[in-house]
Design a protein around this ligand. Structure first.
Ligand SMILES: [Ca+2]
Ligand SMILES: [Ca+2]
Length: 472
């Protein structure tokens, strides 16, 4: 994070001083279109340091790519020319070895090591660790997996009798089938799906609860909105045979019944005010509009929070940048066209426009609702061009007419599948995917999209079957 800040500060300085070669904001996005399964692209994009020591100075890999980049074209290249030329320049150096560590650039890109750093190279560390009499190290161990499933999904340690019974089963196939049964049983427990259970923990950084502002059950001192509605919708979309994408696309709400906890769809809730035609799951709940929009005219904070929370992309860390031509326009005169801001805001501002009519708490009568002409009505004096702010926006380079279309593009993106898979990978495996685990992680999120049809329940089974989970 510090490194990014320093590099981008340097970049801003360089841009102001000279027309020479610079780090290009689109580079990460183009790289990840070419190598979508590289660990550098799992829910993020490579940082400037992948090709640069400090922009514009390139490292050994960056220098090698530059030699193959748009040969004969005058420098500096425009962003468009650069983006068009980069894929073939990357391809041209794939079989070479920029840092001379014996691993080709392509191998390093695919394995997640640094192609410019000879001390970073693909190894076989996944299977180091020696003999362990308790477990078959580097092999899937069913007994280990069984005990871990009970702890991770049921919140209990298996008894001696449980473990003995498991070991006494006739075959490994029976043991596997039993683990699957236990996953389904545990996913019904309060530990997993109940109030403040494991699913709620996954939701915390997305919903960002503030107890003092809580309305309804467990009301705080300044009750503004009931974010339990958000937890309920989240939990509904992550359980049973429901589609996880509905956390972004739902036009319904969810009620929670207790003893035992069950989530069910409802068409309306007294605590929610956005009309049916403008609902986009947890992005448009009373709490999201209260907490992430508040009194803001153009709520960039809401867009960046959704991008980070549900797509795993943090614009403040230069992740997920898809610069839009002629942006940012700076309709609210915040100074975002300044060089050091523009690189991010060329993505963030078009990402934010579809939120323009969602009202936070700036007008009591119309709080947390969709109000056509909201900016014209409540914010006419913010800046001379404020009314020109479009509702149309752009996400991942795709134009969208409104927030519901935004939600659909987001929900169908690889970023959403990666981010959701990563949430549960971290919860169950215990850490974010390592370079050695990347091949399994990629296969897992790709199956989450395809064979598993965005069912978290199936994802849980899938993660438990990985070697990352089952090999102690
Ligand atoms: Ca190398
Ligand atoms: Ca290397």
């Amino acid at each position: 994070m510090k490194t990014y800040t320093l590099q981008w500060t340097l970049l801003g300085t360089v841009l102001g001083l000279a027309g020479q070669a610079q780090a290009k904001p689109p580079a990460g996005g183009v790289f990840c279109q070419k190598y979508p399964t590289s660990p550098e692209c799992i829910g993020k994009q490579p940082s400037c340091s992948y090709c640069h020591i400090a922009p514009p100075q390139r490292n050994s890999f960056g220098a090698m790519v530059e030699k193959s980049l748009a040969l004969g074209m005058p420098r500096p290249l425009s962003d468009t020319d650069f983006s068009a030329a980069l894929p073939s320049a990357l391809a041209a150096v794939e079989s070479q070895d920029a840092d001379g560590d014996g691993a080709s650039n392509l191998e390093e890109i695919q394995r997640g090591t640094q192609p410019s750093d000879p001390s970073s190279k693909p190894g076989s560390s996944a299977c180091q660790g020696g003999e362990n009499p308790q477990y078959a190290v580097c092999r899937y161990d069913l007994r280990h997996a069984y005990k871990k499933v009970l702890r991770d999904l049921c919140g209990v340690s298996p008894s001696f009798a449980d473990v003995t019974a498991f070991a006494a089963k006739a075959s490994d196939d029976e043991r596997r089938a039993f683990i699957d049964t236990e996953i389904d049983r545990c996913a019904q427990t309060e530990f997993w799906r109940g109030k403040n259970g494991q699913l709620w923990k996954v939701a915390h950084p997305k919903i960002r609860p503030v107890g003092s502002l809580k309305d309804g059950e467990d009301k705080g001192g300044v009750p503004l909105a009931d974010y339990y509605d958000d937890y309920n919708l989240f939990s509904y979309t992550q359980t049973d045979d429901h589609d996880a994408r509905e956390v972004l696309t739902a036009d319904f709400f969810v009620r929670r019944d207790v003893n035992p906890t069950r989530y069910s769809k409802v068409a309306s809730l007294a605590s929610q005010k956005v009309d049916l035609a403008h609902r986009a799951g947890n992005m448009t709940t009373a709490w999201s509009l209260t907490d992430f929009i508040m009194f803001t005219a153009i709520p960039r904070n809401a867009a960046s929070q959704m991008y980070r929370a549900y797509l795993g992309l943090d614009i403040a860390k230069q992740e997920g940048l898809y610069s839009v031509a002629n942006e940012p326009q700076d309709y609210d005169a915040k100074g975002v066209t300044a060089k050091e801001c523009a690189a991010c805001h060329a993505t963030l501002d078009p990402l934010t426009y579809p939120f323009r009519n969602y009202n936070g708490i700036s007008s009591a009568m119309y709080e947390t609702q969709y109000i056509p002409n909201r900016l014209e009505t409540f914010f006419p004096n913010v800046a001379p061009r404020i009314a020109q702010t479009p509702e149309k926006g752009v996400i991942f380079g795709k134009p969208v007419n409104n927030l519901r279309e935004w939600a659909q593009v987001a929900a169908d993106s690889d970023a959403f599948a990666i981010s959701t898979t990563k949430d549960y990978w971290k919860l169950l495996v215990g850490h974010a995917p390592t370079p050695e685990e990347n091949a399994e992680f990629v296969a897992t999120w790709q199956r989450f999209k395809s064979a598993n049809q965005y069912r978290v329940q199936k994802l849980l089974h899938d993660i438990v079957k990985t070697e990352a989970y089952g090999a102690p």
